[in-house]
Design a protein around this ligand. Structure first.
Ligand code: XMP
Length: 519
């Protein structure tokens, strides 16, 4: 296994992700934890020193133990990791002097080539010199390299962009090969792990076993509660926990009556009957719909749902004897966002639905087994745990559910119409084989009635908006370009099959300026 020593960079997890993509098993450990004894016990086959926000030029800045360089294994230092390596091995690092670089940069190789850069420098710049695009983010720079090292590439701001001691297999790069903006970064990791003797035989199955072991160690014989929404993240969390601790897990599924057609029954059936997980179906639709009665302001709706959700969850959770842990399907992007944007000057566009703050209030400790993973990795883990593909590939569904797809006042009548119309629309998309090309598709019932004619009669019914977008992360989105035939056929099906709708609009608004949901 490979050891990543973390010096606190925002992107350390991306190193792990790149290695997992190469089927190499690695673990990230904070520098404070890594001492000589730890290294002996861990016995890494290779070590990567991450970037970090500190400056090696300040007293007391983080260091790995010197033993890292005596293990006889390859070491790769990235950014801060490069500087700390130079400093500890006898080189020198300086701050500032106008050589800070942030953002895209190009590195050009010297005449000597390094094996771990096979596949690099195939492109040339305007001056005809070979170069490679990389992402830089550093204020300090190495001003003198350590004995035994040679320079293999430079950039305009970093005369020692790539250095190495090929005898000891120490490699030091000033840029961040782990980020997306270093397009060939994965090749570098691939060469590095090959050199360290990894064969790339690690799989999600191994990750699952490791996660199960960690959960068992953390939880012991205590009881765990898990809020299950039926979404991929909470489902994978629940199944993983169930594999790890069986009946010590109880799931609470809060049914606010704002779910899609048959969704509640499907979730209950799958988790209770198929997976044999202890599940409380908190059917509180009367409570939610009662409190939402007559409310049409979007933020008020969101606030009511958020508050009730917490109350209800807490009420059911309190009934679970001896619970000490709360399991959550927090993903790595949620972790980074909440760290880097905490307290930032951002404007509330919508009050997002979450149960943040709840664990402290209830005196529960958190179990977050997906904290290191990205969405596509969670899906891979779900597949590994036997979740059906149709379930894993499901479009995102927001916590407040259909409430935010029913602008204006919510009534049971409107919800029932919306559930049916949405099901026909999604069925139509699946039948045309478009479901997986679309990031999110849904119907919304509009707060108006319009006149129509069906047969020989006049109708005066609700109008429906249908929406479909492509997106990478939900932050921005484009309208999906359905053909007119598809839209025409869908309109006909919805109006024929769903009583109460006599008009269908296709929402062509991108995000921005629109948001994905209508409220
Ligand atoms: P918007 O409407 O803000 O949505 O463009 C972006 C993505 O987030 C989902 N969404 C939510 N998810 N709780 C959630 O769990 C919420 O309160 C919430 N509001 C929006 C939305 O479905 C889309 O995928």
């Amino acid at each position: 296994r490979l050891l990543i020593i973390d010096f606190g960079s925002q992107v350390t997890q991306l190193i792990a992700r790149r290695l997992r993509e190469l089927n190499v098993y690695c673990e990230i450990h904070p520098f404070q934890k890594v001492d000589d004894a730890f290294l002996t016990e861990f016995a890494p086959k290779a070590v990567i020193l991450s970037g970090g926000p500190a400056s090696v030029t300040t007293q007391g800045s983080p260091r790995p133990p010197a033993k890292v360089f005596e293990l006889g294994v390859p070491v790769l230092g990235i950014c801060y990791g490069q500087q700390v390596m130079m400093q500890m091995l006898g080189g020198h690092v300086e701050s500032g002097h106008g050589t800070a670089e942030f953002g895209r940069a190009y590195v050009s190789p010297s005449d000597d080539r390094l094996d771990i850069f096979n596949g690099w420098f195939l492109e040339s710049g305007a001056d005809g010199k070979a170069r490679e695009q990389v992402w830089m983010s550093h204020g300090d720079h190495v001003s003198k390299i350590a004995p035994g090292f040679k320079v293999y590439a430079t950039s305009s701001g970093a005369p020692f962009a790539i250095t190495a001691d090929t005898t000891r297999h120490f490699y030091a790069v000033q840029f961040h090969p782990e980020v997306h903006h270093t397009p060939n970064g994965k090749t570098l990791f691939e060469n590095f792990v090959k050199l360290a003797g990894f064969t790339g035989d690690w799989t999600m199955a191994a990750y699952r076993d490791e996660a199960i072991k960690t959960i068992r160690e953390q939880v012991g014989d205590k009881q765990v509660i898990c809020g299950l929404s039926g979404g991929v993240d909470s489902s994978v969390t629940a199944i993983l926990l169930h594999e790890a601790i069986g009946d010590q897990l109880t799931c609470v599924f809060v049914d606010h009556g704002l779910l899609r057609l048959n969704e509640a029954q499907e979730v209950v059936k799958m988790f209770r009957d198929n997976y044999k997980i202890k599940l409380i179906h908190a059917d509180e639709s009367d409570l939610f719909l009662g409190e939402l009665d007559g409310v049409s302001d979007p933020e008020t709706k969101r606030k009511i749902i958020g508050r009730l959700f917490i109350d209800v969850f807490q009420k059911y959770a309190n009934e679970i004897e001896g619970a000490e842990f709360l399991a959550q399907g927090t993903l790595y992007p949620d972790v980074i966002e909440s760290v880097s944007f905490a307290g930032g000057p951002s404007v509330t566009i919508k009050s997002h639905h979450n149960v943040g703050g709840l664990p402290e209030k209830m005196g529960l400790k958190l179990v977050e087994p997906l904290r290191e993973l990205f969405k596509d990795e969670v899906r891979a883990l779900g597949t590994e745990l036997g979740l059906p593909a149709s379930f894993i590939g499901r479009h995102p569904f927001p916590g407040p559910g259909l409430a935010i797809r029913c602008p204006g006042e919510i009534t049971r009548e409107k919800l029932a119409i919306l559930q049916k119309a949405d099901a026909v629309y999604i069925d139509q998309i699946r039948k045309h084989g478009l479901y997986d090309d679309i990031w999110q598709a849904f119907a919304a019932i509009l707060p108006m009635r319009t006149v129509g004619v069906m047969g020989d009669g006049r109708t005066y019914d609700y109008a429906l908006a249908i929406r479909a977008v492509t997106s990478v992360d939900g932050m921005t989105a484009d309208t999906y370009p359905f053909t007119h035939e598809f839209l025409g056929e869908t309109m006909t099906r919805i109006i024929n099959e769903v009583k109460g709708i006599n008009r269908v609009f296709y929402d062509v608004t991108s995000k921005p300026p629109g948001t994905i949901e209508l409220e």
